[in-house]
Design a protein. Structure first.
Length: 268
């Protein structure tokens, strides 16, 4: 059976697909289609069109709509001491221990080392996970870094200019001193690289080892007030924002846009 035949068999009225995705009622979805505000696979839809909720890419007002009900997108606040795996052969606490009644088989998008904490994304959308982790897409990650102070201003300039590590040079995209009290300094940094323990190694290189590391954002998704060990489902706007940031092709980005299994991950 050809791929076209598979998609035809799975196709439903577009307004029904939109309604099932929670965009609007069927009648309101018809109005959206009539107003030329809906596209399917890059083409403006018209009344009477059908779409496959699993195979087709649908946008409303330029925002990607998730129509596959099987896809799950989660944000978790990983506590310190928990390993970024779904199961650990050494018996340590792992991410899966905190997912409770989530029945879908989700995977973490990238990692936080055991000593780090904060935002971790989980999904069973392999295509999106691949793009979020691929270095060519340069998805920024924001961290709060706590070090022993006082912290000279030259440290920020050095990290922004780039430092040499054993696996090549690395630099921050942004650096901002948040607080300096007595012998403690708190810095907010942004970096798009995802090499193993890169933030810790960069601060080690300039002579200020990290005491605490908290990831507060991945691209447009923010940790907010999510408590340690808790997770939540991303809302439609957040998922659309992730699609938007990965819609462009980065330099040298891989072309596996149709993969659906989560690829191997690396540590942040």
């Amino acid at each position: 059976m050809s791929s076209a035949e598979v998609r035809t068999e799975g196709a439903e009225r577009l307004q029904k697909v939109l309604a099932q995705a929670g965009v609007a009622s069927r009648r309101a979805s018809e109005d959206l289609i009539a107003a030329r505000r809906v596209t399917v696979n890059g083409k403006v839809a018209k009344l009477g069109d059908k779409a496959d909720p699993i195979a087709d890419i649908i946008h409303v007002d330029g925002q990607r709509i998730v129509t596959d009900a099987n896809l799950v997108y989660l944000a978790m606040n990983k506590p310190r001491g928990v390993v970024s795996t779904m199961a650990d052969d050494k018996g340590r606490e792992a991410v899966a221990d905190y997912l409770g009644n989530i029945s879908a088989r989700v995977y973490h998008v990238g990692r936080l080392d055991a000593d780090s904490e904060g935002l971790l994304l989980l999904t069973n959308d392999g295509t999106l996970a691949h793009k979020l982790m691929h270095p060519s897409y340069e998805v920024p990650k924001t961290y709060l870094v706590e070090v022993v102070g006082p912290l000279p201003r030259v440290v920020g300039r050095e990290l922004m200019a780039g430092v040499q590590l054993e696996d090549g040079s690395a630099r921050l995209d942004d650096y901002r001193l948040i607080q300096a009290i007595d012998k403690q300094a708190l810095i907010e940094i942004v970096i798009h690289e995802g090499r193993n323990r890169i933030v810790r190694r960069m601060f080690d290189q300039v002579g200020f080892p990290v005491q605490r590391l908290v990831r507060t954002a991945i691209g447009p998704i923010k940790l907010g007030d999510l408590k340690a060990g808790r997770h939540r489902r991303l809302n439609a706007g957040e998922v659309a924002a992730l699609f938007k940031i990965t819609d462009r092709k980065g330099r040298g980005a891989a072309q596996e846009d149709t993969i659906r299994e989560v690829p191997e991950v690396y540590e942040d």
